[in-house]
Write a protein that binds this ligand. Structure first.
Ligand code: SF4
Ligand code: SF4
Length: 402
């Protein structure tokens, strides 16, 4: 019997808008685009799995096709599921290393200076390209010694003294690569009268999904939702995340792609700018100091997909002196681990080229974006420092100095 898990392909009206909107199809002639790789071929794949097209690997799961589709076809979900379901199950060490961020983070942070030095050497990069198919042109994000959670452990009693609290789902990036962002979130929320609680968490699963390990992603999703449900039931606190992709996964990939029911806590999970702009709207707006900068703002694809860009722009509009130059809506190209792969690196850079030019034309003092991997891509491909919107708010509140 045919198992019809995601029959949204049947809603396709063949308008081809998704193909026009797909950043990969635009630059890579080998990739037939979302319509053909998604709904068109799914009809055939469910009858004959041998019709799997190798070119599916070029889909970056950016979700831009789903933003464009007028019929609500879950195109990217169809493609990610097909990659996992119909591809031959071969263990690839490269994909394992790129997708197991908690494992790599735990190992790397214990010897961060050495790991950073070694991964930056051109000899190591060449070896990784030759043996692992990881592009030697990609710059690796640096690891920090220790973890954000260890730092938080020293702040815990201070945080417990606040009567109002939020649960912070910090994600792998803050825990292993950018403690400053996590610390700034704690200081910013504290300044606004809100304490921060951490709960047990695992990687949200986005890198596992991108590397066709849906069972692994499902396992992490189950763990995270169980942990959030337990904490919310006990404390009634909201959950915030500073990663637009983690938030997208917790809220939308879990029920949509991974079939993990998050309905009990769906309304409690917020991207941090959505949470803060609501806090500001309830008033009173805190006293904000001018931040006299011109900032180019790049909206990450997954934040666009969940309609969250408005909250970041709304929050930033409160900051006196800050001039925002809104970049055209487009993908930066990296799409998480996609831009690290040898076969995808040039595609990622071609996809991002237009954005890099527009940023250069804006000649900003700084770039703002909500996603850590967009930050890596922009900082590697342009000369501009790129920060999370919370860093700008923190500067305006006087709890962080650039
Ligand atoms: S998810 Fe992105 S790369 Fe994949 S088909 Fe859709 S628009 Fe194209
Ligand atoms: S945009 Fe939606 S309806 Fe139009 S071709 Fe693509 S999947 Fe079909």
């Amino acid at each position: 019997m045919i198992n019809l898990e995601n029959i949204s392909f049947d809603h396709c009206i063949k308008c081809t808008v998704c193909t026009i909107y797909c950043p990969v199809a635009r630059v890579n002639p080998i990739y037939p685009g979302p319509k053909q790789s998604g709904p068109d071929t799914e009809r055939l794949r469910i009858k004959n799995p041998d019709l799997l097209d190798e070119s599916l690997k070029y889909c970056s799961n950016c979700k831009r096709c789903e933003i464009a589709c007028p019929s609500d076809v879950r195109i990217a979900d169809i493609i990610q599921t097909a990659k996992w379901k119909y591809s031959p199950k071969r263990f690839k060490i490269r994909d394992f290393l790129l997708s197991h961020t908690d494992l790599m983070g735990t190992l790397s942070t214990s010897a961060a200076p050495v790991v950073n030095r070694i991964t930056g050497l051109s000899l190591t990069k060449s070896a990784m390209e030759a043996f692992l198919n990881i592009s030697s042109k990609r710059r690796f994000p640096a690891y920090e010694p220790g973890t954000f959670r260890r730092w938080y452990g020293r702040m815990k009693s201070e945080q417990e003294a606040f009567s109002e609290k939020v649960i912070y789902y910090h994600g792998c990036y803050v825990n292993y690569n950018d403690h400053e962002l996590g610390k700034t979130v704690v200081r910013t929320l504290n300044k606004l009268g809100v304490g921060v609680t951490l709960i047990p968490e695992k990687c949200c699963g986005v890198p596992l999904i991108a590397n066709a390990d849906l069972p692994g992603a499902r396992k992490n999703a189950r763990y995270n939702i169980q942990s959030i449900e337990t904490a919310v039931e006990k404390t009634h606190c909201s959950v915030v995340s500073t990663s637009s992709s983690c938030t997208f996964a917790l809220k939308h990939e879990y029920p949509g792609l991974l079939e993990i029911d998050n309905s009990a806590v769906f309304n409690k999970i917020h991207y941090i700018t959505a949470y803060l702009s609501r806090l500001f709207a309830q008033g009173p707006v805190p006293e904000l100091q001018p931040v006299n900068l011109t900032a180019a703002y790049h909206a990450p694809c997954h934040l666009e997909r969940m309609g969250g860009v408005i909250h970041t722009l709304d929050l930033l509009s409160n900051i006196p002196g800050l001039k925002i130059v809104l970049m055209h809506s487009e993908c930066c190209g990296i799409s998480g681990t996609y831009g690290f792969k040898k076969e995808c690196y040039d595609i990622a850079q071609d996809v991002g080229e237009e954005l890099f030019k527009r940023i250069a034309d804006a000649a900003p003092d700084i770039v703002i974006t909500d996603c850590e991997t967009c930050k890596w891509q922009i900082e590697m491909s342009t000369p501009f420092r790129t920060v999370h919107p919370i860093m700008i708010l923190a500067q305006s509140l006087g709890v962080y100095t650039f």
